[in-house]
Design a protein around this ligand. Sequence first.
Ligand SMILES: [Zn+2]
Length: 117
Amino acid sequence: MLGVHEFSIAEALAAQVQRHAPAAGRVREVEISVGALRGLEPEALRMSWEAVTHGTAIAGSILNVDLRPWSIACSTCGRTWTSPVPFVACACGDPAPVPTAGDELNLVSLTIDEEEA
Ligand SMILES: [Zn+2]
């Protein structure tokens, strides 16, 4: 099951990658950085990527998703740390420290295979 959200993001990304990709050469890997606040499922994003790039010049390229963690701040003891999940208790006993995260979605890098002459 593909998420509609992931699908539309994959579509926009594919358009962006195709604008950046050189005419000669084949896009092998695409790396993106995604803020946890986006709430994206990396696996769903990769499946959507396969679907939207199918039959295009960038078909077969691999999407690497670097999911940025949540930043947790405890107002009781002042500790801050990062976590893959937003709702965690603090070691000091505070049951609900405040989670914050970025909502960025950046194209980090493209790996291009030079075309064989
Ligand atoms: Zn604490």
